[in-house]
Design a binder for this molecule. Sequence first.
Ligand SMILES: NC(=O)c1ccc[n+]([C@@H]2O[C@H](COP(=O)([O-])OP(=O)(O)OC[C@H]3O[C@@H](n4cnc5c(N)ncnc54)[C@H](OP(=O)(O)O)[C@@H]3O)[C@@H](O)[C@H]2O)c1
Length: 346
Amino acid sequence: MTTRPPRFTPAPDGVDPQQVPQVTLSSGARMPALGLGTFGSDHASPASIAQAVRGALEVGYRHIDCAAVYGNEREIGQELARAMEGGLPREELWITSKLWNDRHEPEQALEACRQSIRDLQVGYLDLYLIHWPFPNAHAPGVDVTSRAADARPYIHADYMRTWRTLEALVEEGLVRQIGTSNMTRPKLELLLRDARIRPAVNEMELHPYLQQPAMVDYLQREGIVPVAFAPLGSPDRPARDRMPDDPAALQDPTVCRIAAQRGWHPALVCLRWALQRDTVPIPMSTRRQNYLANLRVTLEAPLSAEEMAALAAVDRHHRLIKGQVFLWRPGQSWEDLWDEDGLIAR
Ligand SMILES: NC(=O)c1ccc[n+]([C@@H]2O[C@H](COP(=O)([O-])OP(=O)(O)OC[C@H]3O[C@@H](n4cnc5c(N)ncnc54)[C@H](OP(=O)(O)O)[C@@H]3O)[C@@H](O)[C@H]2O)c1
């Protein structure tokens, strides 16, 4: 006798996924305007992240932001498979994964993508990103002074070899959309010059203290959707990404004032603001109450023009995920990763 998988049952207090707003990518594909982040970092185990994915699907999430380096795709895949076997159609899901820095060589990239698809048990990816524009990898849990022995600067020809592999994955049907992550404008300009398939999104740090209005505007003019990581200022980020002068967006007085006026948690102000700038936030949460509230805020009344203007004014251009471990020369500053002077650092 074969046992039937349990039926996928939406939570009665959840959000109807059909009501969640979607954004249209340049290809015409539609992606849910808010997703669930899955970077457990050093505080949320693969099992607790998988549990959150399961609960998030039940409350109406359809967009899950994954990455091989988060070390939990296999556990997440078990929950995705269980939901699909229980009747949730694959085509209702939007699954993103990312190529880690130690797999940029074409053969490795092909295999890494296939592995993510196998681990996630999804058959194909809706979106596959190059996680960082450098092939500089580091062991999990190292501190900010750690460097890969063979670390290199951005080399456009090398990046294009990896990008061509992603283009081939699209042609093969394993991946529907491809995109970038942690790219800067000068690097993107080269990619847009040379790509056969343009990036659909750029995933980047965006929250009230790092608003990057010029970059967001550039991406939107180029038809590239900005996907906002750390949209709450990543309050539980790894110890190596905490600096004494880092401000906390969830404690910002303007964010808190608007939250109090609306009877919301400050996190919801950050997400509503992100949605209204036409960026796609991917907040991570392992608490049902929080991830449900985060999804519900997509249906709340918009912030007023005055509230949006007040939030625009709190920007400090303060980057939390500085990326020091990806540097390639001794004595370098993390600013070299971000090309803020418009030139690609060598
Ligand atoms: N492409 C990249 O290089 C990159 C880099 C970093 C992150 N990411 C992606 O972006 C996702 C989000 O970033 P992140 O996880 O660093 O930070 P985040 O989403 O800004 O913050 C997550 C933290 O906020 C808390 N939280 C969530 N909703 C809340 C609510 N409604 N009220 C109060 N607290 C709330 C969560 O705690 P609870 O669990 O207790 O709710 C969690 O600790 C990641 O998970 C990952 O998927 C990508």
